[in-house]
Design a protein around this ligand. Structure first.
Ligand SMILES: C[S@@+](CC[C@H](N)C(=O)[O-])C[C@H]1O[C@@H](n2cnc3c(N)ncnc32)[C@H](O)[C@@H]1O
Length: 263
């Protein structure tokens, strides 16, 4: 039986929940906090982060919305269980949210929209559960600068003939990475006004952090996991040798992200 896209996403995030809930969650949380700062949550009564993962943003939302019940929702229970238990934690799919119509004053979705197989349905769901005048914020990937360490990593994995990434690319990524397309999608779901700004993303891992992260998270990690143990070991040894020759700047991952706010 073919797996649904939601099942694939849930399996991927279940496998990486522990690693994700480390430095990577902290790197992304910078942007979650920055976009949330653009919302006025002082009088909000119910605020949800949908796709909250390990819940780095929830205590920040609590500070910005002192009168609100803060809710974390995620498709992947292994991620959601890592969120602080003092918050309401609700398992749910962004495309069929388990909340009543008009029941939330604010919804935030940092680094989630590009995962959704059916973006228009998810945006309509967000609109349905958002109270009139309620606000929405999201962060999505946009452009990527050249990343020499990643290029070496991909080449070494290709040379070891790792099979292709078994996870399908979500078509919504083409919309959520483009400010014009994303604005159109939000307007089609009856959001108005919509504000999208292009911001810089920059992460400077050490060589060791890059290698540790890349073996667990992302498309290349999924490919390398499909290699037989002996070939995987020689692939990692080759990658380590080649990466050791690079300058520290070669490990910097940078590019642009979109900060979206809407009502
Ligand atoms: C990149 S993580 C972002 C987590 C958190 N928002 C952050 O900024 O660290 C993406 C999260 O979205 C969740 N997710 C993916 N598809 C989802 C869906 N359809 N409904 C709800 N959550 C989803 C994943 O399980 C994962 O925890």
């Amino acid at each position: 039986m073919t797996k649904t896209l939601a099942t694939v996403i849930r399996e991927n995030y279940s496998a990486i929940a522990t690693t994700y809930d480390g430095k990577w969650a902290d790197v992304l949380a910078v942007h979650g906090r920055a976009v949330t700062d653009r919302l006025d949550l002082a009088a909000a009564r119910r605020v949800a982060e949908i796709g909250c993962g390990p819940g780095r943003l929830l205590s920040y939302l609590e500070r910005l919305a002192p009168q609100a019940r803060i809710i974390g929702t995620d498709l992947t229970e292994a991620m959601l269980r890592r969120a602080p238990a003092r918050f309401a934690r609700v398992a749910g799919d962004a495309e069929a949210l388990p909340f009543a119509e008009d029941s939330l004053d604010a919804i935030v979705m940092p680094f989630v929209l590009f995962h959704l197989p059916d973006l228009p349905t998810a945006l309509s769901e967000v609109r349905r559960i958002l109270a009139p005048g309620g606000c929405f914020a999201a962060v999505t990937w946009s452009g990527h600068d050249p990343h020499p360490a990643y290029d070496v990593w991909v080449r070494v994995i290709d040379e070891h003939e790792a099979p292709p990434d078994p996870s399908p690319q979500m078509p919504s990524g083409a919309v959520t990475s483009d400010p014009v397309e994303l604005e159109l999608a939000l307007r089609a779901a009856n959001f108005d006004p919509v504000d999208i700004t292009v911001e810089r993303f920059r992460h400077r891992p050490t060589a060791g952090e890059f290698l540790a992260h890349s073996q667990v998270i992302g498309s290349m990690a999924r490919r390398i996991a499909l290699l037989p143990a002996d070939r995987r070991a020689s692939c990692l040894a080759a990658a380590e040798r080649e990466l050791a020759g690079l300058e520290p700047e070669a490990f910097t991952e940078s590019g642009t992200v979109l900060y979206t706010t809407a009502r």
